[in-house]
Design a protein around this ligand. Structure first.
Ligand code: PAF
Length: 284
């Protein structure tokens, strides 16, 4: 497995890899966990060569968010990736990604607004900008992202479509289904912040979301159903609900009833020290 930190050697290495077959990119900020490894395993099924990028992107951190405290563990991450059969780790420094004089920002309106973008101004600009750069640097045939961060995936697909990207094409920006614990709670490094009691209560989130989806699909009033979902989470031990919304799955336009195109239920709620997010398709 090659570990590369400069653009020219990256391009040379990717050119050689491409001669051996297609290339998948899994973008990460390191501190890898099971969720990332699931993406890597999916990538390996779909491509001859898997490239994983590790870059803690300063542009997607807000003023109050501690960029310096973000875990950096390149050696450990690389050992995990080597064991998964990854061909190349792309680990540029900040001055390689954003050299002196760097001045370009990519801002994707609509999909970036509200939900997780609501209280993190500029966050999705930072994500779109760095992912566009990673796509141009690696030029993968496909790229894989977790569906757990549904809004991020929607922003990246919109960006790829709007900028007519071909490596990868918007249709080759693939979402990988959220991995869940046996009781249905979405896996997240934030689950580790929960006490045993909070962990037991946290299952209210996927349970209440499934109930709400069944009601919405059955024709119940969406606003009343979401208010009920909110109440169920508070009664189940959550301290607060940041949002619980029905949106168009692709455009993320808010919906007051499911329409022709696929809809998605997206929720963020706080319990103990953790802010948990989840999203599910609104289908029978
Ligand atoms: O999901 C992440 O880890 C990051 O937002 C990403 C996509 C690697 C961009 O920095």
């Amino acid at each position: 497995m090659q570990i590369i930190g400069e653009i020219d050697p990256l391009r040379r290495a990717v050119t050689v890899l491409r001669q051996a077959g297609n290339v998948a990119l899994v973008p990460t900020m390191g501190a890898l966990h099971e969720g990332h490894l699931t993406l890597v395993r999916e990538a390996r099924k779909r491509a001859a060569n898997v490239v994983v990028s590790i870059f803690v992107n300063p542009r997607q951190f807000g003023a109050g968010e501690d960029l310096d405290a973000y875990p950096r563990q390149l050696e450990r991450d690389c050992a995990l990736l080597e064991a998964e059969g990854v061909a190349l780790v792309w680990a540029p420094g900040v001055s390689v990604m954003y050299p002196t004089g760097y001045a370009t920002n990519i801002s994707v309106s609509g999909v970036s607004e509200g939900l997780c973008g609501g209280d993190r101004p500029g966050h999705f600009d930072g994500v779109a900008t760095v992912v566009c750069k990673l796509f141009n640097q690696v030029q993968p045939d496909i790229a894989l992202f977790g569906e757990k961060d549904w809004q991020q995936l929607a922003v990246i697909r919109r960006m790829a479509r709007d900028l007519d990207l071909t490596q990868p094409h918007a249709d080759a920006v693939l979402g990988v289904a959220t991995v869940r614990e046996a009781d249905g709670l979405a896996m997240s490094s934030r689950n580790a912040y929960l006490t045993a009691q909070q962990r037991a209560a946290a299952v209210t989130l996927p349970d209440a979301m499934r109930t709400a989806i069944a009601q919405i699909v059955g024709g119940a009033d969406v606003r009343a159903t979401l208010a009920q979902l909110h109440e169920t989470l508070l009664a189940g031990g959550f301290a607060s609900v940041d949002y619980a919304e029905l949106r168009d799955a692709a455009s993320l336009v808010p919906l007051d009833r499911p329409g022709e195109s696929p809809a998605r239920l997206l929720v963020a709620a706080r319990i103990g020290r953790a802010r948990l997010i989840d999203n599910m398709a609104v289908t029978r």
